[in-house]
Design a protein around this ligand. Sequence first.
Ligand code: MLC
Length: 471
Amino acid sequence: MDRPEFLTRLLEIPPDRPALHFADTDRSTTYGELLDGGARVAGWLHERGVKPGDRVGIQLDNGLPLVLAHLGCMALGAVRVPLNRHYKAVELAPILEDATPRLVIAEDPSLFPGLDVHPEPGLGPPLRAWPSPPADVTAWLFTSGTTGRPKGAPQTFRMWTANLDSLAEAWQFDSNCRLWLMLPMFHTHGLVLGLHGTLLRGASARISAHFSPAPPPPDVTDVYGVPTFYHRWIPTMAAQPDAFRRLRLMVSGSDGLGAAVSDEAFRLTGQRVLERYGMTETVMICSNPYAGERRAGTVGLPLPGVALRISEGEVQVQGPSVFDGYHPRPDAEAFTTDGWFRTGDAGELDEAGYLRLVGRKKDLVIVGGVNVSPAEVEGVIRGVPGVADVGCCGLPDEDLGEVVVAAIVPDRAKVDGPQAEAELLAAVARAGLLLSGLKRPRQVVLVGCLPRNALGKLQRNRMAQELFGQR
Ligand code: MLC
């Protein structure tokens, strides 16, 4: 079996080169230590019966155990399934059903009934195969499906390698760079760009489990964040602008940054935060350049290797970084009949070829850089006794970009007065606790009916306007 280029390059990095510093435990590692640790985790997985191609669920905070779990799977040729650290049982169930992990590394075994769960990866005899899994799939990332059920998007090293090389060129990111990574490594942003982008270049990173509004430590050169990070950094930028002025590069992605924060950050630091655009299904699609013009309000130019077209207003893409399709539940709508991936984002290209995103054609709310399916939230609320109908949509939020809100049509046979209404709202709030925090509705209203079209489809734009006064 041919070893993927990604692994060959990783194994060629000098072992004494500094790799990752874990700020929460103040632990520094070299590339040699990480690869040795990965080989020992591979031996431990092998002893537990995990074979190349088997799935391994990983639900951990950013830290050395999480990185070793990933490297262990890579060394063995197992497929890692990163699981959102905030997910509760209801959210995990469909993912586990589709991914059928052989073993799970997670703190709370009660979330994984019937599975072989370990709180941390163990260390066994080193196993240094570093093969590609049988089908070349190295990770399985689950994205919020617009139907409410998360969709598995298999990831190959092939998708990542060319894309990360294009990004490194666009951002002039090399082995001298030191990234400050506070994005969770269960999303594309933190895992693919942050962790694997660093490792592929032999660069180094300072890693924390959670965002901190503190100024960047002097050793870091680059920062990746979601718009919420930059919004929360504005007061720090005002108080300590020099800490940001010395940075080589600040990147924002996963949602639009917004002109107000972009301009304020520019005014305070003299640097234009670089915006780029991507998805789990495609890795990165467009980016503003490091050296050329960064056009505020755009996500930049298509990266080398990415073919992009706008068809009926929708951004569609092709190229080696685009995945082959959802698995194990393929979606016939995901690609056009002539083979272009449909992003579901509305966009336009300006005269210089920069892409501006102008809306969403898919039902998705982006909260703090996290894609939330309103249909999933509706599914949970619909189960509450006394709810006859429910609709969720997003409302703008200064800090998180958007938040989820819900409108409920009570079943008037059961909910017949102020007391019963209060009880219904309390029951809905309790049901919300079944979901991770960013998905929970921030506002719930009781209404007589929901705006639906002739086919019965919920009109979420109208909902936001008519029921929540959104203009
Ligand atoms: C936090 N919560 C989450 C969550 N992060 N729920 C689901 N998914 C997540 N990723 C929940 C917590 O459990 C908590 O619930 C509540 O939200 C508040 O958590 P918190 O940690 O106090 O939040 P806060 O500190 O305010 O952090 C907000 C944030 C953080 C924006 C800094 O969410 C974050 O780091 N977001 C980055 C998301 C990201 O990496 N996106 C990339 C997607 S990849 P409770 O029960 O305690 O209230 C992608 C492709 C691309 O889109 O192009 O990049």
